[in-house]
Design a protein around this ligand. Sequence first.
Ligand SMILES: [Zn+2]
Length: 271
Amino acid sequence: MKNLARIGYKVVDQLLPGKALFQLESCSFDEVTHQITLIATSTKTVAQCPLCQKLNHRIHSRYERKLTDLPWANYSVTLQLRVRKFFCINALCKRRIFTERLGGVSAPWARKTLRLTEKLTAIGLALGGNAGVHLSQNLGFVVSRNTLLQMVRRIPLPSVSTPVTLGVDDFAFRKHHTYGTILVDLEQSRPIALLKDRESETLSAWLQAHPGVKMVSRDRSKAYEKGIRQGAPQAIQVADRFHLLQNLFQTLEQVFGTHALARKSCGKTSL
Ligand SMILES: [Zn+2]
């Protein structure tokens, strides 16, 4: 039996996130609320000041952090971590006291572990708010729609370089109500920026802040034409394929319409 308990302890210890940083003290199961609580203590002897990066060993105080972790079967898992605050001994540093960082386990002041946050972010990104909450509940994650959407918004954007060929078009934040401008790198076929409105000044400011655009494909908007002329006067402006086809369609419609009218009036005359 003792052997079994030792194996169980080892399994739980292995499942603890950041197990190199903590020592597992105890583990409790609540069969009524389906809750597992793991109590662990930080074992680091030094902590790095987040401001000056100096390593410090002078402890200021101890406190507890509660983090929700990935569920285990149909049990919710809470980590109760005993961590510390340290003094920064660097006389030139503005930070006097700091909390030890739990790299790889949780972001500072977060209430979820990183690995739980990663799963929820992936769900939010794939399904959005309401559907994401529905699937999360099915998987045993307790999360609200707003939290899921906040997680998606926090995903860092990939760095983008200014394209040589830029596509400019409008898009709806809310159809028939609020419109903005989408900028697309036409060589990579990738959206690179969303502007808050469709004003020439906004587009001009973006182009001035991102020099190097040589060709801009746009619709027939006068505001875009003006914004490009002011923000990137050297750039060649061309109509995009959609609007060229739209122009062609409207012209052909007009021509065929005129011919149809002419034929009708000829027919009436001959009668
Ligand atoms: Zn410091």
